[in-house]
Design a protein around this ligand. Structure first.
Ligand code: HEM
Ligand code: MTE
Length: 486
């Protein structure tokens, strides 16, 4: 019995390196997790914080661990029991102060995918209702507690290669630089992960199609601020612009960070913004107040909220989220053999689309004669949507959907145009199947949509060939099934 060996906390504390073996405790159990640490979905640096001690204070910060799967992973590594058993364990896992206590309130319409950190998505039927997503129901993707940054004492620092250091208050930023607005869609790399995990389990938040939204962002151009700091376009030492947020991991002190390539940051046409407004209102606490980056056409992870520092550099951001998270691998690569350095950090995501209305499972009556579908389509890199095809028979036959007018400030759909940063909403009314001569009718309606972008990129039909361990960039045909009633 692996639990029989009785161990003291002092003995456990001696095991904190691979050489001495890595031990942790959970409740009264002692576990040797040396073989697991490299496979940990939250990264090596995080799990090592618990080496030689209890995982519990960390799990009260990262509540993703509060599920049976995590304990199933842990159980085979059990080597013993803490001296004093459950009583000793209870004293050790003394409550830690709740770093999420001052997080803002959220709109009840959100579908919460995790509470701490908070992650909430917009229900599909609300998404398709308007080309601009209302601020209060715009999806929220936080990795850490929300930092409260006072707009009046706020400071943005620019410092790094090829620039003189610059410190700017919010007022200075607004008065020294021209205001620009950009209508852009922000999508999380994990949007539609839920469908991918039905093929095979993946690690991450179980988003449906609502980790996406579109807003008119107002602010100043990153390009203008970099120029003011003296950055020259052909400085051979600068290849990337790194961003750091004010949000900080309460356990490890790690700061949220990301980077984008220099050419994206400096392009006159790409409108990378330091935004202080969202749909005409000051940014809210959840969306990055008082200042965030908006990188149009690029995956949401690079649009750093609560912006603290801009760092021109020869290298990418070294943060966990740039180096060991938003990357996709071949379907046969799993947590035991992933080599994070072998894939580039995701920037421009591929073309995708989703049916938002009706919701999956809504019963349909054949006697209605027809059905109306609504949804969105979007592609990375400013590639516009030129067509959306929909099907009611699982993809055997197709009809082109009607592309709806763009949100204010965005170019019309259908044009082969880069600079199309916003999604295209679409609509299609299709006839319902009629019973055959012998009265037979399919029991379900298999709805499908797929989009084509201005580079004629198409979506793949199946998820399995694009499955990846982190469950990102699922852009397969979106399929939903509805019960069909006579
Ligand atoms: C995520 C297991 C210890 C920090 C995860 C996930 C698993 C896991 C299965 C994926 C959860 C999901 O998203 O569905 C474990 C086990 C541990 C351990 C078995 C102990 C033996 C720790 C410790 C920390 C930590 C000590 C922090 C100090 C994280 C973070 C994530 C995570 C931050 C989320 C990554 C993300 O979604 O971006 N862990 N973990 N873990 N873990 Fe752990
Ligand atoms: N910036 C900071 N500082 N901290 C974060 O956790 N999350 C990123 C990005 N910027 C994040 C961040 C991710 S993964 C996404 S998808 C977008 O913010 C989401 O922006 P939203 O919450 O305003 O919708």
């Amino acid at each position: 019995d692996q639990g029989r060996l009785i161990l003291t906390r002092e003995e456990v504390a001696k095991h904190k390196t691979p050489k001495d073996r890595i031990w942790v405790t959970y409740k009264e159990g002692v576990y040797d997790i040396t073989e697991f640490v490299e496979m940990h979905p939250g990264g090596l640096s995080k799990i090592m914080l618990a080496a030689g001690g209890s995982v519990e204070p960390f799990w009260s910060l990262y509540q993703q661990h509060r599920k049976p799967e995590v304990l199933q992973i842990l159980e085979p590594y059990r080597i013993g029991t803490l001296e004093g058993g459950a009583a000793a364990a209870a004293t050790a896992s003394a409550a830690v102060a709740d770093p999420y206590a001052s997080d803002p309130a959220r709109h009840p319409a959100f579908i919460a995918r995790s509470e701490r950190p908070y992650n909430g998505e917009t229900p599909g039927t609300l998404l398709a209702a308007s080309p601009i997503t209302p601020n209060e129901i715009f999806f929220v993707r936080n990795h850490l507690p929300v930092p409260h940054v006072d707009a009046t004492s706020y400071k943005l620092t620019v410092e790094g290669e090829g620039t003189r250091s610059l410190e700017l208050s919010l007022d200075e930023l607004k008065s020294r630089f021209r205001k620009h607005t950009v209508t852009a869609t922000i999508q999380c790399s994990g949007n539609r992960r839920n469908e991918m995990s039905r093929v095979k389990a993946v690690k991450g938040l179980a988003w449906d199609q609502g980790a996406i939204g579109t807003a008119v962002w107002g602010g100043v151009r990153l390009r203008d601020v970099l120029k003011a700091a003296g950055l020259s376009e052909d400085d051979p030492l600068v290849r990337h612009i790194q961003f750091e947020g004010y949000d900080k991991d309460p356990a490890s002190g790690e700061i949220y960070g990301a980077s984008i390539p220099l050419h994206k940051a400096l392009s006159l046409h790409d409108d990378v913004l330091l935004a202080y407004e969202m749909n005409g209102e000051p940014l809210s606490a959840d969306h990055g107040a008082p200042l965030r980056v908006i990188v149009p056409g690029v995956t949401g992870a690079r649009s750093v909220k609560w912006l603290r520092r801009i760092i021109p550099s020869a290298s990418e951001s070294s943060s966990h989220w740039q180096q060991r998270d938003y990357k996709a691998f071949s379907p046969n690569v799993d947590w035991d053999n992933v080599e994070w350095t072998s894939a580039p950090a995701l920037q421009e995501p591929p073309v995708t689309s989703a049916i938002c209305e009706p919701a999956p499972g809504t019963p349909v009556s054949v006697s209605d004669g027809e059905i109306t579908l609504r949804g969105y389509a979007w592609s990375g890199g400013g590639r516009g949507i030129i067509r959306v095809d929909v099907s009611t028979d699982g993809g055997a036959t197709w009809t082109a959907a009607k592309l709806l007018p763009p949100p204010p400030g965005a170019p019309p759909p259908g044009s082969s145009y880069t600079g199309a940063w916003a999604w295209t909403l679409w609509e299609a009314t299709l006839p319902l199947p009629k019973p055959s001569d012998d009265g037979n009718l399919p029991s379900t309606l298999q709805l499908v949509c797929k989009a084509v972008d201005s580079s004629y990129n198409n979506q793949p039909d199946a998820i399995a060939p694009i499955w990846n361990l982190r469950g990102i960039v699922n852009n397969a045909w979106h399929r939903i099934s509805l019960p069909l009633e006579p």
